[in-house]
Design a protein around this ligand. Structure first.
Ligand code: PMP
Ligand code: GLN
Length: 388
């Protein structure tokens, strides 16, 4: 019997591939986005406490009420609006599950979704598994801005979904209020829902402010907004995210969520809720924390031949290696792992049709010491490469 793949052209995600290669080559891993420093010990203590108290059985399908109330308070602080924990907030297994559930809830066979390249790799496979197809529109380098004229031209009677991501992984660009207005104009009078991937909501630099769809009166009525405690609490392995959407959209999302994961690890939810209620400002310093790391790494690399691009947000930094090599980015990244012993993420896997570019992505969510060692190795490599 022949088995027919539903995703014949999809391989293992580039993050897993590069993290595996980093282990094989004993390289410093500044590729996949995860911190290499400890979480706040008080968060760990909360987890130990709730497990000891016996919070070890199924959580409610939509998330524990304690956590949803904390999320509602946090949203109020950030976006000056009350969202109902009962009908508008759902706790999911990371942002990844929220994205998957929302996509399944919105699109089906024959439908079209618009996504923006370079696109986070989880969007398109989920759209295709729902039987729909993606139209991919490139953000224009070097600033990676939206081209709303192109979006308008791409709209068709089959368009049901537009996915935006701001701050954007991997381009490090951020959407402006004008971008949100342009998006609202695109979907006005059309049966289109928005998914806003806002996992880096707190990581914007140089005084920029995050423009959430939740602050936009038109967009919040038509959007799933997706967030992650993995980013906000430096705990990517806790796999705890959430989705905020109006009641009608939340109902549809939960129909998928209840048969996907049903509910999320309950002690983690209780632990995060307890921690946030004791330290409601735990996430407040994130922008300054990461801005210092961006400045450290970019400062160490400037002039090395691995030129940092301007980064407006996220915990990534793009560098251009065009002055030292014209290899494609997969080959270049592999050579960096083998020769410089530094793992980074090439950009081409984020594109449907990769343009000719010489960019790789570095993760700045690392100890200063890790960033210094990585920069030293990269500078030495670039010096060697430019003398060839
Ligand atoms: N969206 C973007 C843009 C991301 O960068 C990530 C992961 N870093 C996710 C979604 C997934 O988040 P989570 O780990 O919470 O599933
Ligand atoms: N979002 C992380 C990144 O961009 C990776 C998450 C994952 O590996 N699934 O590096």
């Amino acid at each position: 019997m022949r088995f027919t793949s539903k995703l014949p052209d999809v391989g293992t995600t580039i993050f897993t591939v590069m993290s595996r290669r980093a282990v094989e080559e004993n390289a410093l891993n500044i590729g996949q986005g995860f911190p290499d420093y400890a979480i706040d010990p008080r968060l760990g203590e909360s987890l130990v406490a709730v497990v000891g108290e016996g919070r070890n059985q199924y959580a409610p399908m939509e998330g524990t009420i304690e956590l949803r109330e904390q999320i509602s308070d946090k949203l109020f602080t950030c976006y000056q609006r009350r969202f109902d924990p009962h009908s508008e907030i759902t706790v999911t297994c990371g942002a990844t599950e929220a994205l998957y559930d929302a996509i399944q809830a919105v699109v089906g066979p024959g439908d079209e979704a618009i996504i923006f390249d370079p696109a986070y790799d989880a969007y398109e496979p989920a759209v295709r598994l729902a039987g729909a197809r993606c139209l991919r529109i490139a953000l224009k380098p070097p600033s990676f801005k939206f081209d709303w004229d192109e979006v308008r031209r791409a709209l068709s009677p089959r368009t049901r979904l537009i996915i935006i991501n701001s701050p954007q992984n991997p381009s490090c660009s951020v959407a402006t209020r004008e971008d949100l207005d342009a998006l609202a104009a695109c979907i006005r009078d059309r049966p289109i829902t928005v998914i806003a991937d806002e996992v880096y909501e707190h990581v914007l630099f140089d005084g920029r402010r995050h423009q959430s769809v939740l602050m936009h009166p038109e967009l919040r009525e038509r959007s799933y907004a997706v967030f992650s405690f993995g980013k906000t609490l430096h705990a990517t392995g806790w796999r705890t995210g959430y989705c905020v959407a109006p009641p009608e959209l939340t109902r549809e999302l939960r129909k998928v969520h209840q048969f996907n994961t049903f509910s999320i690890v309950s002690p983690l939810q209780y632990a995060i809720a307890r921690y946030l209620s004791a330290h409601p400002d735990a996430w407040q310093g994130l922008a300054a924390f990461f801005e210092a790391k961006r400045d450290l790494l970019a400062g160490l690399l400037r002039g090395s031949g691995l030129e940092p691009l301007p980064a407006a947000g996220t915990y990534f930094q793009l560098v251009d290696y065009g002055s030292i090599s014209q290899e494609d980015d997969m080959q270049f990244a592999d050579r960096l792992i083998r020769e410089a012993k530094v793992a980074v993420i090439p950009l081409s896997p984020f594109y449907a049709r990769p343009p000719r570019m010489t960019l790789v992505r570095l993760c700045i969510a690392k100890r200063d010491e890790t960033l210094r060692t990585a920069a030293e190795r990269l500078r030495a490599f670039a010096k060697g490469a430019s003398q060839l």
